[in-house]
Write a protein that binds this ligand. Structure first.
Ligand SMILES: Nc1nc2c(ncn2[C@@H]2O[C@H](COP(=O)(O)OP(=O)(O)OP(=O)(O)O)[C@@H](O)[C@H]2O)c(=O)[nH]1
Ligand SMILES: [Mg+2]
Length: 367
């Protein structure tokens, strides 16, 4: 099982596999360290293992696992964090070989969501994702406890206990699903009202920390919207009214940001929230133009949009944070972002640059 103690004072040894055709391992590991820092966990060491596929037994292979065990202990690590997804069996094996708890990237992201969740809706959705993540681990443990040679009979007391825990989790999953369905119905009702009132809706979508909330704050003038240099500071949908240059109004929704390898279980669990994006008339894809991996960030957001059925919704790419990018470099970044034919508008949500061009573009799209 994963430990759920407070993470402060904890140190992680992070591990990635560099396989053929995989993503940029360097930036992925850097991002994993930032994710961990958002939990108060510092990164004390790392290793990249070259292999095409993870080892089915221990993810990195037993030889490498022994090296990792020694190095992680020397560096004072309190946990191993895999920059990928591990099976319950791999986690158990690697945990045994290294003597340390093993986390994977989906678990790190879920823990941040858990810390950030404020409202009932977000709390329910993250609990659903977490329960679904835990079930296979309990099944794995149950199996291990009943393995022949384990010293116990066919159904040892351990297994029964895990079985009971698993059934409890499955019951809880059914309960949460029902409650979330109520939230979904309420949201669907609200959307119908908006359509009736003739209001169009625009959704902000983008990588986490790209400046979505700052943009909504700027356009709506609502200073209560939370802006923070933290990952996933917004989880719930916030809808605000925006005045367009021609005098009309539109609604704009800010919601949860995306990241590479967003756990699929989390996407399904957050369906009620994400429907605010997949039912929009227009999407503003907000990009942190100063990011070294801004093109990859755009693809990650586009892939996530496809996975929630929002790929056909018209979009404008909003290249945010122009205030911290060199002007010449910015030109190149804008043309790269517009390569697929999307309209690209550079802005600084923090400083307020180019807001009028953005509003005019939105107006043209909505008419
Ligand atoms: N320099 C600069 N910083 C910006 C700009 N827009 C936003 N930021 C900063 O970027 C950080 C993230 O901003 P948010 O608006 O919270 O980003 P978000 O996309 O809502 O992030 P999540 O809700 O965490 O997914 C904050 O520190 C902002 O002050 C900008 O135009 N220029
Ligand atoms: Mg936000």
């Amino acid at each position: 099982m994963h430990d759920t103690r407070n993470s402060v004072g904890e140190a992680a040894y992070i591990v990635a596999i560099d396989g053929a055709g995989s993503v940029d391992v360097e930036s992925s590991l850097k991002e994993l360290s930032i994710l961990l820092l958002n939990l108060g966990v510092i990164t004390v060491g790392r290793c990249v293992q070259k292999r095409d596929d993870p080892d089915p037994g221990s993810y990195i292979g037993s030889g490498k696992a022994e090296e990792v065990a020694v190095e992680a202990k020397d560096l004072g690590a309190t946990k191993i964090v895999i920059d990928g997804r591990i099976s319950p069996g791999q986690a158990a094996n690697l945990g045994r070989m290294t003597g340390l708890p093993v986390w994977d990237r989906p678990l790190v992201i879920m823990k941040i969501f858990e810390e950030r969740a404020q409202t009932g809706e977000a709390k329910l959705q993250i609990e659903l994702a977490r329960c679904k993540y835990e079930v296979p681990f309990l099944k794995g443990l149950g199996l291990q406890m009943s393995r022949p040679g384990g010293g116990l009979g066919t159904r040892g007391p351990g297994e029964t206990e895990f079985e009971r825990h698993r059934r409890k989790l499955e019951r809880r999953i059914r309960e949460i699903r029902k409650k979330i369905e109520t939230v979904r119905k309420r949201r669907t009702g609200q959307r119908k009202q908006r359509v009736k009132a003739g209001l169009k809706s625009i959704a902000l979508a983008g990588y986490t920390n790209s400046g979505k909330s700052t943009l909504l704050r700027r356009l709506s003038g609502d200073r209560t919207l939370v802006v923070a240099d933290k990952l996933f500071s917004t989880l719930d949908p916030f809808v605000r009214r925006i005045r367009l240059p021609g005098g009309g109004f539109t609604l704009m929704t800010d919601t949860v940001g995306f990241i590479r390898n967003l756990p699929p279980g989390l996407i399904t669990a957050f369906r009620a929230t994400l429907e605010e994006i997949s039912t929009a008339d227009l999407i503003l894809l907000v990009v942190d133009s100063s990011s070294n991996s801004f093109m990859e960030d755009i693809s990650v957001v586009e892939d996530t949009l496809s996975s929630i059925g929002a790929e056909k919704i018209p979009k404008i790419i909003v290249m945010n944070k122009v205030d911290i990018v060199d002007a010449g470099d910015m030109g190149r970044r804008i043309s790269a972002a517009g390569r697929a034919g999307d309209m690209v508008i550079p802005v600084s949500a923090a400083r307020g640059d180019n807001m009028n061009s953005l509003l005019l573009a939105i107006e043209r799209f909505l008419i």
